[in-house]
Design a protein around this ligand. Structure first.
Ligand SMILES: [Zn+2]
Length: 290
């Protein structure tokens, strides 16, 4: 499932491909793609609009249009946005929707598992510096907490956030996009390994030092993920159809039974909050009472 680095990679690539193009049509091949709105309404509102910018918010790809609206795309499990030059073939049989541009090029949304969604929203509702409150109830942009790579994600903010959620286990807390946006299972596991914090520690039990380490680790792993073009464990590809390279860099994720590169102890797999989790048995100590 694409997380922040994968979606950021796609948004950066699409920027160079679609900014400045004018939408001439929109067609959906899957009736739930634009729910609750019918695809015909999206087509009507998209027609003639110019794409001014492409950015990421949480795990959403955001196409900023002229006139203050934005098309947001949630890739979910297997969604891919693939740009097509004029005259190029239609793409794979999993295409669920296509945005056609006036110059004959197109952007296809391919999605094997059909969990991906598209929606038109007011740009201001998904700006990087606003919380999740407005628009609640619409699945697409309900989970938009603090952007961990934004200037607002300071150590002071992070400490206050941990204090507010003191009783929760740290890993599920990191995965809850309403607090911090864009972090999924993989990058949470890697950040906790780097910070030497067990996934079951409660947020309130972290020392001042540990909170600082985790704050640094989150930004470090996310930036590294972007630098390596995201991670392709199963079917993630970027907007050019290329696989990412971050999966070769994992220190804990998927390494059960292997020695920790830092201390040599064994990496273990457990389940925390229903998600498969990996940690080092020595440098991420199990909290007392567990
Ligand atoms: Zn270790």
């Amino acid at each position: 499932m694409p997380e922040l680095p994968e979606v950021e990679t796609i948004a950066r690539q699409l920027r160079g491909m679609v900014v400045g193009r004018t939408v001439s049509g929109f067609h959906a091949d899957w009736h739930k793609l634009t729910e609750p709105d019918p695809a015909s309404l999206i087509a009507q509102r998209l027609g003639g609009r110019r794409i001014e910018a492409v950015r990421r918010r949480g795990k959403l790809v955001v196409f900023e249009l002229d006139a203050g609206e934005a098309l947001v795309v949630s890739l979910r499990m297997t969604g891919k946005l693939l740009f097509r030059e004029p005259g190029a073939p239609d793409g794979d049989r999993f295409v669920r929707g296509t945005i056609a541009f006036a110059d004959g090029s197109a952007l296809a949304f391919s999605d094997i598992r059909k969990f991906g969604r598209m929606s038109l929203v007011t740009s201001a509702d998904i700006s990087p510096d606003r919380g999740a409150a407005r628009g609640a109830g619409r699945d697409l942009y309900r989970s938009l907490g603090m952007e961990p790579l934004s200037r607002g994600f300071t150590l002071a903010w992070f400490r206050a956030f941990l204090a507010r959620r003191a009783r929760g286990a740290i890993k599920p807390l990191l995965l809850d996009g309403r607090g911090i946006a864009g972090i999924g299972n993989i990058y949470a596991i890697e950040a906790l390994w780097r910070a030497r914090i067990h996934p079951l520690r409660t947020a309130g039990s972290l020392t001042s030092d540990e909170a600082a380490r985790l704050h640094e680790a989150l930004r470090w792993v996310l930036r590294k993920g972007i630098r390596f073009g995201g991670s392709s464990l199963t079917d993630y590809v970027d907007a050019k159809g290329q696989r990412g390279r971050m999966q070769r860099e994992f220190e804990a994720y998927g390494r059960a039974g292997e020695p920790c590169s830092r201390c040599g102890a064994e990496i273990r797999r457990t389940v925390v909050g229903g998600r498969g989790t990996f940690h080092c048995a020595r440098c991420q100590r199990v909290p007392r009472g567990r």
